[in-house]
Design a protein around this ligand. Structure first.
Ligand code: SME
Length: 165
């Protein structure tokens, strides 16, 4: 398994994603442990983009529990049912990616880091239709995430799904 990462320099965001996705794929396909793989995916995304916070929450019954991440400490438990809390809870409950250009305008946003300004949360929905985990990325900048992030983060989540769910 390659333990060094090649991140395209002076490249567009899309080209950075295109460069790291095959490397994420080979990291994940070479390892059976979910937590190890989530840890490496959060590290790759952090090394590539250096956002404020990049990580995972895993479904445990009716709540999301903090998983592997890079960045400041974060809240450990986010309710999903009976009432979905925060961007992560809504993504987990709806099974749909949440792109939040301004977290202050998202009703119920949970400010784990008070200087977070925008966020993307991508759920992994298993073949049984249940959400298994979410990928959450937070930025210091407003409007940081767009359809390009959505497209490639959803691809990354699909790679995790193929290996584990
Ligand atoms: N902001 C998230 C909570 C998790 S932290 O950002 C790491 C939310 O509203 O669900």
């Amino acid at each position: 398994m390659a333990e060094s990462l090649n991140i395209p320099q002076n490249a567009t965001k899309e080209d950075v994603y295109k460069g790291i996705i095959p490397q994420i794929k080979s990291l994940i396909e070479g390892e059976e442990n979910l937590i190890s793989n989530l840890a490496n995916v959060s590290a790759v995304l952090d090394m590539a983009f250096k956002h404020l916070w990049t990580g995972f929450y895993l479904m445990d019954g009716n709540i999301l529990v903090l998983g592997p991440f890079q960045g400041p400490i974060a809240c450990t438990r986010i309710p999903v049912r009976p009432i979905a809390r925060g961007v992560c809870g809504v993504a987990a409950e709806s099974g749909e990616t949440q792109l939040v250009p301004d977290v202050d305008k998202f009703s119920g946003h949970i400010a784990c880091a008070s200087d977070s300004r925008s966020e993307i949360v991508v759920p992994l929905v298993g073949s049984d239709g249940a959400t298994k985990l979410v990928l959450d990325i937070d930025s210091l900048q407003l409007n940081c995430f767009d359809k390009i992030d959505q497209k490639y983060c959803e691809k990354i989540v699909q790679i995790i799904k193929k290996q584990h769910f």
